[in-house]
Design a protein around this ligand. Sequence first.
Ligand SMILES: [Zn+2]
Length: 126
Amino acid sequence: MSVTSDTVLSSGQWWNALAEERLLMLRCPKCGAAWMPFLPHCPDCGRGPIPEVVESRGAGRLYSWVGVQSSISSPDEAPFVVGSVILDEGAPIYGRLLGEPGAEARVEAVFVERGGRTCVDFEVVG
Ligand SMILES: [Zn+2]
């Protein structure tokens, strides 16, 4: 995990990093909490110091999931499953799930091209 900046992560930085298959998150220098963009302040200790932008390893555990039967934005891709993942660094994130979901299943980030940009899905690995 490397610190890439000392400023709050912008939407453009987030998408540019995904295009490079890098999953960025924010980390509180005060309490160590990690979260995904784009909250400007730590969700655990509130208005703390400026969060650090760090790179996640992209591995975590499946927290919950839902089946999407129809999608306005991706009508040709439904049905699919969206998972709520808690990354090993502690940050929660949502992404499409590849594989059979299960309680607390191990997942890893997979970078896929969708709608003209790189998105992050999660593959069940254990
Ligand atoms: Zn904090």
